[in-house]
Design a protein around this ligand. Structure first.
Ligand SMILES: [Zn+2]
Length: 317
């Protein structure tokens, strides 16, 4: 899930947002250090696996959902990162949306130790479940949210290669499509004390290049994060936009529309990366072939740059 309803931004509001947010101050950002390249084919390999027919749309608690869980667990462990607490799996229970039956969910988490052990923790998240099978049709969920999981795994690998200042917990959430259940369970009972969480960076639908734009939502709630992201936007290979985070945006306010919502409700800052709704959103046609690989790779590159910029900004450097 991300948006509850498919609605386009009215043109006037879009124009106003562009004026307000798209043409920010010229950034005096220094040239960033060369970031490790994002491998677009590796991203697509993950998406092809998660959106394959045998995953049956990854409905939480379904056989396809369990297969997706096993795949993400194996890939997360393969990064070489440490488990969080007792293991990589953080189980919880949730009422299924269809009949309210109590169902087992499992979040998958790994820890990338920071270079400053006293610093608080950044939680990077992406949900791995999707809508499953409905009326005999598989909802593949390539963009929503196999794409976010692929980027999360790439970020985890990059962190393993070159750790951040902050410790980063990478978590693939379950049961987002049932009402952000995995994220709610994580925030209710986090593997580190909640006051140690400095920021949630959530990824949900990051591969569709229909508009060439990637949004970073959340700076309305935490304005201090805007400047480092403006610097990223100035050098980004995609059009990085701000917005979709104000109450007056109505249904276009994405603040509670994905797994960053429970973090926000708990008073924790978030940045959410995602694209606008597209015609295949929450339809069986959200398939791998409709992903724009060049945009997807550029979006992942931008998100990695942003994560490093946020890490630096939060460290006060
Ligand atoms: Zn989603």
């Amino acid at each position: 899930m991300r948006h509850l309803h498919l609605r386009a931004l009215p043109a006037l509001l879009a124009a106003a947002l562009l004026v307000a947010t798209g043409c920010g101050q010229p950034s005096p950002a220094p040239t960033p250090p060369p970031a490790p390249a994002i491998d677009g084919e590796a991203l697509m390999t993950v998406v092809r696996m998660l959106a394959a027919p045998e995953m049956e749309g990854r409905g939480a608690g379904t056989p396809g959902g369990l297969r997706a869980r096993a795949f993400v667990l194996e890939r997360l462990q393969a990064t070489g990162l440490e488990p969080v607490g007792d293991g990589f799996q953080l189980p919880f229970q949730f009422p299924a949306r269809a009949d309210g039956a109590i169902t087992d969910g499992v979040n998958l988490a790994a820890r990338c130790a920071g270079t400053a052990p006293e610093a608080p923790v950044i939680v990077v998240s992406a949900h791995y479940d999707h809508l499953g099978v409905r009326d005999g049709e598989v909802y593949h969920g390539a963009d929503d949210n196999a794409s976010g999981v692929a980027v999360l795994l790439a970020l985890a690998a990059a962190c393993r290669e070159a750790p951040f200042h902050h410790t980063v917990i990478f978590v693939a959430f379950d049961a987002e499509e049932h009402g952000l259940r995995g994220a709610r369970a994580f925030v209710e009972s986090p593997p580190v004390p909640r006051e140690r969480i400095a920021l949630n960076v959530n990824l949900d639908m990051v591969s569709r290049g229909d508009t060439g734009e990637l949004y970073a939502a959340g700076t309305h709630h935490t304005p201090a994060l805007r400047a480092p992201l403006e610097a990223v936007a100035a050098r980004a290979p995609v059009a990085l936009r701000f917005g979709h985070d104000r109450p007056e945006d109505g249904s276009n306010d994405w603040t509670m529309q994905s797994d960053h919502g429970p973090f926000h409700e708990a008073g924790l800052p978030f940045i959410y990366f995602g694209v606008e709704d597209h015609p295949d959103y929450h339809r069986p046609t959200d398939t791998v072939d409709r992903i724009d690989v060049a945009f997807f790779t550029a979006a992942a590159t931008t998100i990695l740059d942003a994560l490093r910029a946020l890490d630096t900004a939060l460290a006060g450097r």
